[in-house]
Design a protein around this ligand. Sequence first.
Ligand SMILES: CNc1ncnc2c1ncn2[C@@H]1O[C@H](COP(=O)(O)O)[C@@H](O)[C@H]1O
Ligand SMILES: [Zn+2]
Length: 354
Amino acid sequence: MDDNAEFYKDLPKVELHAHLNGSVSVQTMEKLIRRKPHLNIEHSMTAIGKGQRRTLDECFEVFKVIHKLVDTEEDILMVATDVIKEFAADNVKYLELRSTPREENHTAGLTKKSYIETVIEAIQQCKNEGVDIDVRFLVAIDRRNGAEVAMETVKLAEEFMLSSGGLVVGIDLSGDPTVGDGRCLLPALQRARNSGLKLSLHMSEVPSQLEESELLLNLPPDRIGHGTFLHPEMGGSQSLVDRAVKGRIPLEICLTSNVKGQTVPSYSQHHLRYWYQLGHPCVICTDDKGVFCTDLSQEYQLAASTFGLRPDAVWTLSERAVDCIFAGDEVKQQLRQKWTELKPGLLQGAQLQA
Ligand SMILES: CNc1ncnc2c1ncn2[C@@H]1O[C@H](COP(=O)(O)O)[C@@H](O)[C@H]1O
Ligand SMILES: [Zn+2]
């Protein structure tokens, strides 16, 4: 990696693909482990360090461990405020957090509703404290839980879309891609779309999801998570690519997540190359900054060093991400203004160093 780390850190950024419980930092994890010593959980069980890789299956085991540590309103409030502040410290100016509402029978009071309320409370607390970041929330559907839970989740999201003052903006479809069938989730996703919730769907994160991806693309989604195996060279199809291109449906790109989860063999073989060369909207994201030990600055730096992007191209990548956010035009305008103000100082500095 080049030593121009400061440029990537100072770059104003937009984060659109961050799972709350995958984004928990080492520092926050320490606090959680101290709260629940009886669980005998060690750091090595909650993160995948430098140079390490896991199968995607093993990644999903990590989430199970983290969920044991984060199972009360108090935990969720702490985790969410810490995560928001960490993104802000990394110069993320706009963040869409996503999380799967859980109810925990053994802990008094945690319901799916209070789960969402607690995340919203964290967002509001950060706002009241003047943390310099605009945060929105996507309510997540875990595909393994089936059609009924998906519908229930959409109804909850609809309620909060109306009552949260614009904080809940959409739905995420995620969870272990090797489990469950996206087909049965279509009615819930369709309903979400009709009610004005935006859709960000994990699609073709693993091979042989061709049919499912076709159905999901018919909705269509507002953004695609990963899309690793959509294109023909990866066993996808030209018609899938054509549809994504025609709809200009942005791809959320998570380099380290894909390499550490071994769905992509190496950074240089990442599908960002394919889509970037097409001129398709691609947004650099972290996915799970805690689990994969990264941050958004590092992901931008990796994209630049892997694909030879000069500072002005990196700037354009971060600026274009603003076009892909789910919040309305007014927010987009405010962000564009911010980017315009910051541009001269940052690019001049980068050119001098280059
Ligand atoms: C690595 N690639 C991935 N693919 C699919 N889903 C993923 C994921 N990474 C995270 N999640 C989803 O996010 C949950 C954890 O955050 P929340 O408890 O919701 O905040 C995981 O349980 C999974 O459903
Ligand atoms: Zn994801």
